[in-house]
Design a protein around this ligand. Structure first.
Ligand SMILES: [Zn+2]
Length: 355
């Protein structure tokens, strides 16, 4: 089988699915050729014969390869919003990932352990403890990347021994921590629900790297490209830039004004130039491709500007929807022209309300 860089080794995945290892939730999906069905790694159905198994990094790819989602483990079920008190617990986990949370600890802090488990599974597709583990591993890998030793990184993240840390990293990354050092940057991924449909957001400490409607064609290819460029893995979860994006979108959809938050787009110097221009088009206004080209001092490059505009991966926050054709028609939009029209109308109404 053709493996993509974001999938763990086939032998690792085969073992994970035979053990129904919840640490691999969200890391891969597997399809069974004889039944035509695809599943999450933890599916309770009978284990398939290894020779019939095919792996995919995303449910969308399994779909496109002609498999249908299992009715038992519901591999396409989207993450949903989590209740505020669970959000508080998640923030506490992120603030101190080395802290242990037994059921007794949860009860003492006023949480019902079974609600916590259900909410984490529904929102992030992983168990509460798997979520905690991936945060701890994230902390440890950042410590490693800062140049400290394996033992120190493991201990800082709350592992009791270097070997416990090493086996946790190996299970997820397929490589021991020494080798994972260079290649295991973390991207947190989360779904953000909007009035125009759910969006997928990816962010690391530098800021938001991707924000796209989940029905965008080629979304999984874009995610893989970002992983490749950053040498990073995607883990379900939240971080400060994702929380900022969630708040910014809430505000945008209720007021038509987008608060400024940190974005960290990945692109060529030319693309970055076009995208930073877009950030300066005020809400409620539009520019044509040729105007953008002229303003950038490259009047003959409006086609290249159009292509750079269309390859923006951070929708809404970098407002590529504010660029239209010279004749005033909306031209294209990766999220669909009807969304583009809706967004421009939202912004124009907000402007009119203010003037
Ligand atoms: Zn299943």
């Amino acid at each position: 089988m053709h493996t993509t860089p974001t999938l763990p080794a086939r032998s690792v995945m085969l073992r994970a699915l035979s053990e129904r290892d919840s640490r691999f939730e969200g890391q891969f999906f597997f399809a069974v050729r004889t039944t035509g069905v695809f599943c999450r790694p933890t599916c309770r159905s009978r284990a398939p014969r290894p020779e019939n198994v095919q792996f995919f990094p995303t449910a969308a790819e399994a779909y496109r390869a002609g498999f249908r989602p299992c009715r038992r483990c519901r591999p396409t079920e989207a993450a949903t919003a989590i209740p505020p008190e669970i959000g508080k617990l998640r923030d506490a986990l992120e603030a101190a990932p080395e802290q242990r949370w037994s059921d007794a600890d949860l009860c003492a802090a006023g949480y019902d352990p079974s609600t916590v488990r259900r909410c984490f599974r529904r929102a992030y597709g992983v168990t509460f403890h798997a979520y905690r583990r991936s945060l701890r591993i994230g902390t440890a890998l950042r410590t490693l990347q800062s140049g400290r030793g394996v033992l120190e990184a493991g201990l800082a993240a709350g592992y009791e021994s270097a070997s416990g840390f090493a086996s946790a990293v190996r299970a997820i990354a397929g490589a021991p921590p020494g080798r994972a050092r260079a290649s295991m940057a973390q991207l947190a991924s989360s779904q953000i629900d909007t009035p125009l449909g759910p969006m997928l957001a990816l962010a690391d400490d530098a800021g938001v790297r991707l924000l796209e409607f989940t029905d965008r064609r080629g979304l999984d290819r874009e995610c893989r490209e970002i992983c490749r460029r950053l040498q990073a893995r995607i883990l379900p979860g939240e971080n400060a830039p994702l929380r900022a994006a969630r708040r910014a979108l809430d505000r945008y959809f209720s007021t038509g004004a987008m608060p400024e938050i940190a974005t960290a787009p990945i692109g060529s110097p030319f693309q970055l130039r076009v995208w930073s221009y877009l950030l300066n088009i005020p809400a409620g206004e539009t520019r044509s491709y040729s105007q953008v080209a002229a303003d950038l001092g490259i009047p003959r490059a409006s086609r290249a500007v159009g292509r750079a505009n269309g390859s923006n991966r951070i929708a809404l926050l970098i407002p590529c929807h504010r660029v239209i054709a010279s004749d005033g028609s909306l031209s294209g939009y990766s999220g669909g022209v009807s969304r583009k029209r809706w967004l421009l109308q939202l912004e124009q109404r907000a402007q009119q309300a203010h003037s």
